[in-house]
Design a protein around this ligand. Structure first.
Ligand SMILES: NC(=O)C1=CN([C@@H]2O[C@H](COP(=O)(O)OP(=O)(O)OC[C@H]3O[C@@H](n4cnc5c(N)ncnc54)[C@H](OP(=O)(O)O)[C@@H]3O)[C@@H](O)[C@H]2O)C=CC1
Ligand SMILES: O=C(CO)[C@H](O)[C@H](O)COP(=O)(O)O
Length: 622
């Protein structure tokens, strides 16, 4: 959004002179509001008939539409008397305006006008303008005693220094700092906040020096930070999930007013977001849980954004989110409203669950190849894979990692094999368990991280390393494709189920679309899933998916056999095939489970030959 300066005041106060000079300095187009009157008004004015408020309405509406377009284009300077508050409200209906109010006494303006016979206005007409004038309580008020040059200098100085910001960001860590730079890069003003304790004392000052633009202001106090924002305020938190979010929200809350929007961009647990959404609803403040994906680079250049909240709240923040988001293949922004309350954070959590399994699959590929190939060869092989459906951001970074050397050796060899996590993998698994969805890939990936963290025990129990794994590379590629399809299928089914349970009305194809760029799990396969989901046929009924899984089943079986033979842990590859075997088995041994449950607990079972639920006294021989 670009600035539109409206220079307002009674006739003869110098609007046109100051406006043209300002436009020239800022290299913006200059417009005179009188040039936008509809024909009926022009005819009335040419007959000397004064315009009524009713006459002015269509004219102000035309101007408001123009202002909206100028804002979307390069900005503008407009000279317009805008004497009444109701006129200004109509003008500012679509956007924020920077009001420059030129004021002076009746006598001074009258004297000036008398010196300029071409602008001569009767004493009565000028008096009536002063009578109608309602000076705004906002905007930059300038005394016309100063020369036009001085007035323009003052406008330039004030508009750079004391302008209110469009967005506020709390937390200048990895993500907050990068997002702030992204927003500034789109010409949008940002106020930033970071605490200033101990090691963090200079975080804000350093950011301001790094950004080096008058579009940003920095704060270490919440009150000044919040007051520096345009209303309705839009405040994005980029801080660690959990109690810290509640503490920061409570610290900000006293300075908010009705209609402000709080956006939690961190990886919060979706039930926390649902709770915060309800809490702020009662205060008249909009709360949006917005998943952000793309890591540091995505945040800086264009992330994928998964918003959750009301439509009204989303409309308020949409221009900023769309400006900073990545673009899909059609150039549309990778941001969407996924549903209300916790939907955005739920979708982000599942994104991370899919991410966990994608990462684990690549780790398993590496585990299978490492005994027989050097890092350069593995990287070369993965580069060959990195095309079309198999191309992905995670594959790309894995290739870079495999090639990274430190002092002649590979850095990867120096990294301790204990995988950490910050919560989202556990939350997505927990959600799958709570909703009864077999998202086995993400849970297997999570537990693989837990196993990795048991390093001392693993060292104690360690067996001989496999010297070689007999594996056909073309089979491994197909097995990897197979497992990735299962992973995505499970992830989308999990979201589908949650959306039904929580009435989120989530558009799954739209989720796949915003995941085609900007995020950590962007890939060629995601583009295929966007198409499958657009077809609106359940994924298990999609002939392309099912035939590809059938076709690749033998390869994953072969890979698993080879891996198991060499005692290589392959939890995610195994989970993919086991899920497929389960889903393609008509008669599972679950009848025995039901019988056991009924035997020890009288839990009842259903029969395939009779309706109703049944229980048996299993100790009597039937
Ligand atoms: N890193 C990533 O790839 C991604 C992270 N996320 C999520 O984004 C959020 C931010 O992550 P990230 O930027 O990586 O984290 P960082 O640790 O880099 O930054 C955290 C920020 O939160 C501030 N903070 C920490 N504790 C408090 C507190 N008690 N009160 C006020 N401010 C506090 C820190 O301030 P200070 O400088 O004073 O410590 C810092 O500005 C997290 O929820 C994370 O899960 C989401 C997507 C990707
Ligand atoms: O959200 C992210 C990426 O999408 C963050 O990088 C997140 O921290 C990754 O999860 P974890 O730290 O548990 O591996």
């Amino acid at each position: 959004m670009k600035p539109v300066f409206v220079i307002m005041g009674v006739s003869g106060c110098g609007k046109t002179t100051v406006g043209k000079m300002l436009a020239e300095k800022l290299q913006l187009p200059f417009y005179d509001a009188d040039d936008f009157h509809p024909r009926a008004n022009i005819e009335k004015m040419s007959l000397g008939t004064p315009l009524t408020d009713e006459d002015r309405k269509p004219w102000l509406e035309i101007l408001s539409g123009e202002i909206g377009q100028w804002t979307a284009d390069k900005g503008a300077v407009l000279a317009c008397s805008a004497l009444k508050e109701s006129y200004r409200n109509l003008l500012a209906a679509n956007t924020d305006i920077r009001w420059i109010v030129l004021h002076g006494s009746y006598d001074i303006i009258m004297k000036r006008m008398q010196k300029r016979p071409e602008h001569f206005m009767g004493a009565e007409m000028l008096r009536s303008q002063f009578d109608v004038l309602e000076l705004p309580s906002y905007g930059l008020h300038l005394d016309i005693e100063k020369s036009p040059g001085e007035l323009v200098s003052e406008i330039l100085r004030e508009s750079l220094v004391s302008r209110k910001s469009t967005l506020g960001i709390v937390g200048l860590g990895v993500m907050g700092r990068s997002l702030a730079h992204n927003v500034l890069g789109r010409g949008i003003s940002v106020s930033v906040y970071n605490r200033a304790e101990g090691d963090e004392a200079d975080v804000v000052t350093n950011f301001l020096a790094e950004a080096d633009t008058p579009l940003t202001h920095g704060y270490t106090e919440y009150e000044a930070f919040v007051k520096s924002l345009k209303t309705p305020r839009k405040i994005l938190l980029m801080i660690p999930a959990g109690p810290i979010v509640d503490t920061v929200l409570l610290a900000i809350q006293p300075f908010l007013t009705t209609g402000d929007v709080l956006i939690d961009g961190g990886n919060s647990y979706f039930e926390d977001t649902q709770r915060r959404f309800e809490y702020f609803k009662h205060l008249g403040v909009d709360f949006v849980g917005c998943g952000v994906s793309g890591g540091e680079e995505g945040a800086l250049k264009g992330p994928s954004l998964m918003a959750g909240g009301t439509n009204e709240a989303y409309e308020k923040i949409r221009p900023v989110l769309e400006a900073i988001a990545a673009r899909d293949k059609n150039g549309d922004p990778c941001v969407t409203l996924t549903g209300t309350d916790g939907a955005g954070h739920f979708v982000k959590t599942v994104h991370n669950g899919i991410e966990y399994a994608e990462m684990q699959l690549l780790a398993e590929v590496y585990a299978l190849l490492r005994p027989s190939m050097n890092y350069a060869s593995i990287a070369n092989l993965l580069s060959e894979w990195n095309q079309e459906e198999l191309s992905s951001y995670l594959l790309e970074i894995t290739i870079d990692i495999l090639r990274y050397k430190e002092n002649e050796g590979y850095l990867l060899d120096r990294i301790l094999d204990r995988a950490s996590n910050k919560g989202t993998g556990g939350w997505s698994s927990r959600a799958a368990i709570d909703l009864g969805i077999p998202a086995t890939m993400m849970t297997s990936a999570l537990f693989a991280r837990y196993v990795s963290s048991m390093k001392p025990m693993r060292e104690k129990l360690a067996r001989e390393k496999a010297a070689h794994v007999e594996i056909e590379l073309s089979l491994l590629k197909q097995a990897y494709q197979f497992a990735r399809i299962v992973n995505h299928l499970q992830g989308f089914e999990l979201i589908r189920n949650a959306a039904e349970t929580y009435n989120w009305n989530t558009d799954l194809a739209e989720i796949a679309r915003i995941w085609t760029n900007g995020c950590i799990i962007k890939s060629g396969l995601m583009k295929n899933f966007q198409q499958y989901l657009t077809a609106n046929v359940p994924l298990f009924d999609q002939p392309e998916i099912i035939s590809e899984l059938k076709q690749k089943e033998a390869s994953i079986k072969g890979v698993l056999s080879a891996g198991l033979e060499a005692a290589i842990a392959l939890p995610c590859f195994s989970a993919a095939l086991q899920f497929w075997y389960g889903m393609t088995t008509k008669d599972l041994p679950a009848n025995l489970i039901q019988a056991q449950r009924d035997y020890f607990g009288g839990h009842t079972y259903m029969r395939n030959d009779k309706d109703g639920s049944h229980s048996t006294n299993w100790k009597t021989n039937g």
